[in-house]
Design a protein around this ligand. Structure first.
Ligand code: T4K
Length: 380
């Protein structure tokens, strides 16, 4: 919990982001083994095993495990040689923009589609300049960020295509697993994600050259003892995180089933309320259902999103306004690019309407019914 949140969850609160945790005894067995062999980090056995499993699961040639998704984005950006300007949505977690800015690349915020909350491909074309070198798509809420359209645009204009797939573990687009699109895709395994390693992430690619470069960058640029061949960073995942990952992977189906059950329960309870829309997923694809995202239209619902959050908080339900107010209204972007908002009318509208409700394997149907009755009772 960062210090700027309204309040930290207390015991008994229902809140977003409660971690999914697999079989405890399997995890502790693995921890004991790490302690026995005394190999704690630097490409240990569990990290290598996790990379193999994740590459297979996503149908990609290479998986490079990293210490978190943000560093994964940074390593991918560096390996792709992105410079100048990169186009991305403002409606995303701040890490997507920071990962570019941290490396001196100007984030050019592009508007989204009202229905999908993802980059609007027509708007992407209009934001390309002679300084643009890349597009960074974000599969927000696990819904695919138009991979076909962005692939075409990137090819036409000779741009690199990177996907922030932090939300999309286990999801597909046209039957193909997200993680295998573009030049590179980056996953987050943060504690709050459907699949977590406490902190962690992975970079996925089918390109041998990129994979080799990203492995070097992840390990300070070392290509063997005493031989640094590239500018690098410490982006390594440790064995404890990998042990949690391997354990959680064994329970992934259970986590997804629980999220799906929760989503259906929310839908039954909320779908008839005027002015409230639960975002939907393409049922013909695989989804991870990890975010319960609701849009509130104040005119039809009777109260606005912020009042709804306040009422939920008063009733010990810590819903969140992800990703309000949009990256362009946060620093340093607000000061550097004060005009960005005029290109982002849909972003501004969506960011003011969305609230995210609790789900995950620890959230019961009974609790969901309680949350939904608070929502229904709040309608004036
Ligand atoms: N790209 C996108 C699109 C992302 O969404 C993210 C991360 C990234 C990139 C970067 O990936 P990482 O570098 O993080 O791997 C949280 C997460 O910290 C962040 O990982 C995530 N997105 C984002 C959507 O959510 P906050 O500011 O909401 O964190 P916080 O501390 O307020 O916690 C959220 C909720 O989870 C609270 O209700 C408390 C609960 N929680 C949290 C933790 C850590 C628990 O119950 N247990 C826990 O252990 O950012």
């Amino acid at each position: 919990m960062n210090q700027w949140n309204d309040r930290k969850p207390l015991p008994g609160d229902l809140h977003v982001g409660k971690p999914n945790i697999g079989d405890r005894s399997r995890f502790l067995e693995r921890i004991n083994r790490i302690l026995d062999v005394r190999w704690l980090t630097n490409n240990g056995q569990y990290v290598v095993e996790l990379e193999d499993r994740i590459a297979t699961l996503h149908g990609v040639k290479h998986c490079v495990a990293v210490c978190n998704g943000t560093v994964g984005l940074g390593i991918a950006i560096r390996a792709l040689g992105i410079e100048g300007e990169a186009i991305l949505p403002s409606y995303t977690f701040i890490a997507t923009a920071h990962a570019l800015m941290w490396q001196g690349i100007k984030p050019v915020f592009c508007d989204i589609d009202e229905r999908t909350h993802n980059l609007n491909p027509e708007k992407v074309e209009s934001r390309i300049t002679s300084a643009t070198t890349a597009i960074v798509g974000v599969h927000l809420w696990g819904r695919p960020c138009v991979p076909d359209e962005l692939t075409d645009i990137a090819a036409t204009h000779g741009l690199q295509l990177l996907f922030d797939a932090a939300h999309a573990f286990g999801c597909t687009y046209r039957g193909r697993t997200i993680g295998s699109f573009g030049d590179v895709e980056v996953l987050s395994f943060h504690a709050t994600k459907i699949f977590n390693t406490a902190e962690g992430g992975a970079i996925l690619t089918n390109r041998d050259d990129l994979a080799e470069k990203m492995r070097l960058i992840r390990d300070f640029g070392f290509a063997g003892y005493d031989n640094v061949v590239h500018l690098g960073i410490n982006g390594k995942m440790n064995e404890f995180c990998a042990a949690l990952g391997l354990t959680n992977l064994e329970s992934l189906d259970r986590f997804i089933d629980a999220n799906r059950r929760n989503y259906n329960c929310y839908r039954e309870e909320l779908e008839h309320l005027p002015g409230l829309k639960l975002i939907d997923f393409n049922e013909e694809e695989k989804n991870n259902w990890q975010y319960i995202v609701v849009e509130i239209d104040e005119k039809k619902f009777g109260i606005n999103r912020d009042d709804m959050i306040r009422i939920l908080n008063q009733n010990h339900v810590l819903a969140r306004k992800y990703f309000w107010p949009g990256c362009h209204r946060m620093e340093p972007y607000r000061t550097l690019y004060p005009e960005s908002g005029k290109h982002l009318p849909v972003t501004e509208c969506v960011a003011a309407r969305v609230l995210v409700l609790p789900t995950g394997s620890e959230t019961s149907e009974l609790n969901i019914m309680k949350i939904c009755s608070i929502i229904r009772d709040s309608i004036p």
